[in-house]
Design a protein around this ligand. Sequence first.
Ligand SMILES: *Cc1c(COP(=O)(O)O)cnc(C)c1O
Length: 405
Amino acid sequence: VPDAAALDAADPLAAFRDRFVPTPGRIYLDGNSLGRPPRETAARLATRAAEWADRLVTAWPDWVDEPRRIGDALAEHVIGARHGEVLVADSTTVNLFKLAAAVLAADPERRRVVVTDPGNFPTDRYVLGALAAEIRWVEHPTPDTVAAACEPGDVALASFGHVDYRTGERLDLAGITAAARAAGATPVLWDLSHSAGAIAVDLHAAGAELAVGCTYKYLNAGPGAPGYLYVREDLHSRLRSPIAGWFGQRDQFAMGPAYDPEPSIARFHAGTPPVLGLPAVEEGVRLMAQAGVEALEAKAAALTGFALELADSYLAAHGFTAVTPRDPARRGAHVALRHERAWPACQALAARGVIADFRAPDILRLGLPPLSTSYADVETGIGHLRELMAAREFDHFPARRPRVT
Ligand SMILES: *Cc1c(COP(=O)(O)O)cnc(C)c1O
């Protein structure tokens, strides 16, 4: 096993770890669930609160364009989209609903058949299930299996998570997008929650038409931070939000009698944007922009590769099996280890100050956001897991999980 200190010394992104609020006495390996706060963020949020106090309603002209301006930065530096194609607003769930419903409504001739993955994130499965007349499931989607599902020509929409929230498996964004289009003229809506800010995402290079994602995981914007949506520019005029809200209205403050949406990406706004939370999104995106997505991609591959090596050497003997793909091009920035005692082991790990997480029924996830995680964090964390397994410390923790994991 390579030496963590040597890997950290050679890491071009090493200095970024100090841009986050330290976690004394703890090793945080759960940034895939809630990212760590950048040091600058508290000051940015305090400034926003002061602006509110000082300027009151007169600050709105400055605030009103932020969802688009920060969306442009996210587009340019993190997800490979163009200016004017990304809006920071609402939650990922609401954005997914808006775009999926808009696609289904745009093609009323087609039956509402939606293709998705049984391993897709729950909110995605629930929202799509509620909108669809029929869900066609494709397990571990590939261009070929998605093409086969779309072939009958009756599929109005396909939607997948770019990186599987449990296993860490990365799907072929470009290949699946092209295959769905070619086989059934089916647009694909991607959920980037576990990829944007973790690995290189280039939506335009991949030919992607639609995407949504969250900012409180790998973009470090804090609990409840707004999500974002991407709609390729040529689709703006054809898609209408199912939420005919006033912030999407053309000349909004004319307060006109009937809904007439903006021609731009602003048409996908619903109501008032989450102004208090936006500076944190901007700060998270700024860090990613400074690092660059190619560097993120390289470090995610190296960190997850290191974690898999350690898992093989330290944990296989204790019954853990890695379910994350071995090819770095086929995974994101977290590693999933399967074990029948994963939940008690996760609690025993937390008792030692190592925060990881658990996904039912038997997966321990180690989230390794490239900017805030060192190789030493990975080695120490997995080292604790080896020790506690050897000492059977998991026997002291309940086997049943609580409401929130
Ligand atoms: C975290 C996550 C979400 C979260 O949706 P919210 O609306 O913010 O609760 C949605 N989809 C995926 C794939 C996620 O990983």
